[in-house]
Design a protein around this ligand. Structure first.
Ligand SMILES: [Fe+2]
Ligand SMILES: [Fe+2]
Length: 483
């Protein structure tokens, strides 16, 4: 492999492995965009801590065997760069009508609008999550967690750069306009919100942050995997490297929830509590009861399912036919990769019941990706439930039914319990507080969110991690807070 492509050039203002210094026009466009990005980071990035030294990783290479370097960095000085996975020689388009043709190095004219839209939608989610999480630094349960939050934030910022590079390099004037728009929209803003629902929700507390990084970043993983299959090679290479970073975001979510569950179980055992549903008793211990964790999970999982769009979608079919957006692990699937006569069982609402009905596989691609996502979500559930059963409690966290709390797709017009039983509006209004966090639940969790900034110390409601970042010891000062 070519070392120039593996290693990142840090001599330029914008670190990159795409030879920016010889690509004057794009370099100029990116340099023009840079100040607006820094303004956005200052306005909408983490509140406070901008002068603190944070122990962050920065990518210096795109070699999967060793690509990151850890060091103390002030966040505004983070080197946001343009990093593409190495080009695969003679790569072929792995699906759709152009199956087997050489991958495109330039945007094919007929698919320009479709491609631009996909890049913009992906790009929009990246700064959105930073905006949603900007106030969390003030209530971090430890320096370890504070550092992880900031790592996720700076990398989402880099993912924005990744999409902006594609827009500016390959989409000319409208690409540059879209790049500016990405800095203009704001999560939750009434007049110019972010493009997708879940990215306009609040992330009010750290349990939400862990649920978000587990469930919503995992939607990102699925989308990136599908785009990593793209016949448009620069998009594929960009997404492949983003996935390397994304893995840590989901690690933060999975282990974060594990640690919350662990601490709750430990506290219940120490106090001799036998019924995990005795909410008042559990909360009195200063930990989050399992039923409330389940409610948060119900909320974040259902919001994340909406991100997959309608179960049956001609847009998804068009993007697949065009060779723009493939399936999860496309190259490992054994079929014609064109879905000519294939069908896929799609969940539909029939006579008040969710049932699988065969649809043409081409139009069912969103459903398929969502099914892959659900399977991926289950893994963490098993770990969390292992913690609960090991502590000898008879309680299981579960994923709610797909019909539960949906705003998009087949189930958007009905109400259902987490078990999937359809209920009327009145029952939903009366009982939804049993299934998604109520104001009381929110206030209780908020009451626990007091910051802990002593190295090696953790808030009452969360266990210490098993291992440190970059193998650092338990009392390592991950953030040197500027006072
Ligand atoms: Fe991202
Ligand atoms: Fe992420």
């Amino acid at each position: 492999m070519n070392m120039n492509i593996m290693n990142v050039d840090y001599s330029t203002k914008i670190p990159n492995n795409v030879n920016l210094s010889e690509d004057r026009q794009v370099l100029k466009a990116l340099e023009g965009w840079h100040p607006g990005y820094i303004d956005w980071w200052n306005d909408m990035g983490p509140e406070g801590f901008q002068q603190s030294l944070v122990y962050l990783r920065t990518a210096y290479s795109v070699d999967p065997r060793g690509w990151a370097k850890f060091d103390y960095v002030k966040m505004p000085d983070y080197r946001w760069g343009i990093l593409l996975a190495p080009q695969e020689e003679n790569r072929k388009i792995p699906f759709g009508e152009h199956y087997g043709e050489p991958a495109w190095q330039e945007v094919p004219g007929e698919y320009r609008a479709m491609l631009r839209r996909l890049v913009v939608i992906q790009g929009d989610t990246e700064p959105a999550s930073v905006e949603q999480q900007r106030h969390l630094g003030k209530t971090a349960p430890s320096l370890y967690d504070l550092r992880n939050l900031f790592q996720v934030n700076v990398e989402e910022g880099r993912h924005l750069w990744a999409m902006v590079y594609l827009l500016q390099k390959y989409f000319g004037r409208d690409g540059r306009e879209e790049a500016d728009e990405l800095l203009r929209r704001r999560s939750g803003d009434e007049d110019s919100p972010r493009m997708l629902g879940a990215f306009n929700e609040k992330t009010p507390d750290w349990l939400s942050f862990f649920m978000f990084t587990y469930f919503t970043d995992r939607d990102g993983k699925m989308q990136l995997h599908s785009l990593a299959q793209s016949g448009f090679d620069p998009l594929s290479r960009t997404c492949r490297f983003m996935l390397t970073e994304e893995a840590h975001h989901m690690f933060v979510g999975e282990t974060g929830i594990t640690r919350v569950v662990q601490r709750t179980c430990d506290a219940m055992r120490e106090a001799g509590i036998t019924d995990p549903s005795d909410i008042a008793k559990v909360r009195a211990l200063g930990v989050i009861d399992l039923p409330t964790i389940q409610k948060k999970l119900n909320l974040h999982y259902s919001l994340s399912l909406d991100l997959f769009g309608s179960e049956v979608s001609t847009n998804a079919a068009n993007a697949f036919n065009a060779g723009i957006k493939g399936r999860y692990h496309e190259t490992q699937i054994e079929d014609d990769h064109q879905l000519k006569n294939a069908t896929y069982p799609v969940l539909k609402l029939i006579n008040g019941e969710a049932r699988r009905v065969d649809e043409p596989a081409l139009t069912a691609l969103n459903m398929r990706l969502r099914d892959d996502y659900t399977q991926d979500c289950v893994k963490g559930m098993l770990r969390w439930n292992k913690v609960i059963s090991t502590a000898d409690y008879d309680y299981k966290l579960t994923l709610p039914n797909v019909a539960f709390n949906r705003a998009i797709g087949e189930f958007k017009d009905v109400h259902a319990t987490p078990d999937g039983i359809l209920i009327d509006d009145a029952t939903w209004t009366k009982r939804k507080g049993e299934w998604i966090p109520s104001r009381d639940d929110g206030e209780f969790i908020a009451s626990l969110m007091t910051p802990v900034t002593e190295p090696g110390q953790f808030a009452s409601w969360i266990a210490a991690p098993k291992v440190g970042i970059d193998n650092k010891p338990g009392d390592f000062e991950y953030v040197k807070i500027e006072t």
